[in-house]
Design a protein around this ligand. Structure first.
Ligand SMILES: [Zn+2]
Length: 519
């Protein structure tokens, strides 16, 4: 059992002895019943033949599916966005500044955090600057992440919290920080969040996940995006009350002690957002050829290949899954070179057994796809990225040109090659929205690059369990599987929901056999 997840066979005291969900539509079959006990599915069949149970839930014909797994989430930042300043919908610079001013008036004292601003459609033709912020936040530290969260604008008071930040790569006098300066500012900003702010944010994320029918989250923690304290608190919160499970990842190189926390907290893997490059929006994803709209720039690799080899070697030798954030083709290629070096050294079976995973993997050509297949790797992908930034006039096309943009997020190539896929949101980069993710994976903005509907649904459910090495051989809705189920506000079959691109609300989430009341 990979850790961070509460094992289904060690239920908490709240788990009822058994539960029968009856008169439900399972997949495309109405009139079914599902019996669960000990946190697992024990029986599926016709409702008329169902065994008795201590607790019965009448589905009234509603669709029952495995609960979703969101395989890439930042719980605290997502919760801070849910409870805090969300600039995603601001359509001008003036509108964004007005929202910041309003937050200053209404938010409790302390650091002001916000996320989601995107200047690409703003009439002013520029993004937020430090001067814009200082004018409304005064002497309060403020950190406002751009929509891709790989750059941010900060106030002067936040800069003052980080000695030397003005000399780091990526620093800019206008307060729009990238690269190392951005990482330092983000660390200071989240370091300034109080334990109370953090706990409220994490609880808000778990409640929102439950509301959406998400039974498990993969939390992508790390020293640059959160902290060990943050991760530890989230795992405790998820364990101590009924609600979505959390599988934790910690993105720090083994040579810097990253594996120690994996062992201490029983995490699912050593990596996740172990940043091997940045993102397209901020021109920091590492490319093999320059950006179209910034010809002098091809992004940057953050590590030497030898460092990645050492990480994969240490993880493989320890039987621990490694994971990497890699977006541009140069970063994807570098990580795969490192995995290949360890395949040569420790052998294919040892590497395949770890199921090393790549996050985002947005530029993967035929060679990369073939290497991922051969080495038994997992592609953790975010279909909403394509929905948001793909297409002939989207941000990918602006940054990369039409040809390279059309090849981004090659879901069909990965699936057809037999590479295991897990879908995620990267919330708060895009909101948790599991049905939206499934539909976006099918309706890829590039013709022919999307997934078949049932494959997309499988990648959004079973794929997440496979990605942490905890899937059951018979699949997610079969006797023996963890009883993580979602009952939906529709009596349509799963085929119809997928065909008609419906997004039914979740009527009831069940995690490890326990009905999760509204949190
Ligand atoms: Zn992430």
């Amino acid at each position: 059992m990979l850790g961070g997840v509460t094992p289904p066979d060690s239920p908490t005291a709240d788990v009822p002895p058994d539960l029968l969900l009856t008169d439900v539509t399972v997949g495309d079959r109405p009139g079914r019943a599902v019996h669960v006990a000990g946190g697992r599915i024990t029986w599926i069949g016709a409702a008329a033949d169902a065994p008795r149970a201590g607790q019965v839930m009448a589905g009234e014909g509603a669709l029952l599916t495995p609960a979703f797994v969101d395989a890439h989430v930042h719980a605290t930042a997502t919760g801070l966005a849910l409870t805090g300043l969300d600039l995603h919908s601001r359509s001008s610079l003036a509108d964004a500044v007005a929202a910041v001013a309003e937050a200053v008036r209404t938010a409790p004292p302390g650091i002001l955090l916000g996320t989601g601003w995107d200047e690409t459609g703003w009439p002013e033709g520029r993004g937020l600057t430090r001067a814009d912020l200082d004018a409304v936040v005064g002497d309060r530290p403020a950190y406002l992440a751009r929509v891709d969260v790989h750059s941010a604008t900060v106030s002067t008071a936040l800069l003052d919290l980080v000695p030397g930040i003005r000399d780091l790569p990526g620093a800019s006098p206008d307060g729009q920080l990238r690269l190392d300066a951005h990482h330092a500012a983000r660390q200071a900003a989240y370091g300034a969040v109080t334990a109370q702010q953090r706990a409220a944010a994490q609880a808000a994320t778990l409640a929102e996940a439950a509301r959406l029918g998400i039974g498990s989250l993969h939390e992508m923690a790390g020293p640059e995006v959160s902290s060990a304290e943050d991760l530890r608190a989230l795992l405790v919160l998820a364990r101590e009350r009924p609600g979505p499970r959390v599988a934790g990842y910690w993105g720090e190189l083994a040579e810097r002690g990253g594996l120690e926390l994996v062992r201490e907290l029983g995490l699912a893997g050593a990596g996740g957002d172990l940043f091997c490059d940045g993102a397209f929006g901020s021109h920091t994803a590492a490319l093999s050829a320059a950006y179209r709209d910034r010809p002098g720039t091809a992004g940057a690799l953050r590590f030497a290949t030898a460092q990645l080899v050492e990480h994969v070697r240490a993880c493989t030798a320890a039987g621990v899954q490694a994971g990497f954030h890699c977006i541009g083709d140069a970063a994807v290629g570098q990580v795969l070179d490192a995995v290949g070096a360890v395949v040569a050294e420790l052998g294919l079976p040892a590497v395949r057994a770890c199921r090393h995973r790549l996050e985002h993997v947005e530029m993967a050509g035929a060679e990369a796809v073939e290497r991922m297949r051969a080495w038994g790797m997992v592609a953790s992908v975010q279909p909403a990225f394509d929905a948001t930034w793909g297409g002939p006039s989207g941000m990918y096309a602006e940054r990369l040109g039409a040809d390279r943009a059309a090849a981004c997020n090659p879901f069909a190539d990965l699936a057809d090659a037999g590479v295991a896929l897990a879908l995620g949101s990267d919330a708060p980069v895009t909101p948790m929205d599991p049905w939206g993710g499934v539909h976006a994976a099918v309706d890829h903005r590039t013709a022919g690059a999307g997934l078949r509907p049932f494959d997309a649904f499988d990648a959004a459910t079973h794929g997440g369990w496979h990605a942490i090495g905890a899937e059951t051989a018979a699949g997610p809705l079969a006797p023996g599987a963890p009883a993580d189920l979602a009952l939906w506000d529709t009596d349509a079959t799963l085929s119809a929901v997928l065909d008609r691109r419906l997004r039914p609300g979740c009527r009831q989430l069940v995690v490890a056999g326990t009905p999760v009341r509204s949190l």
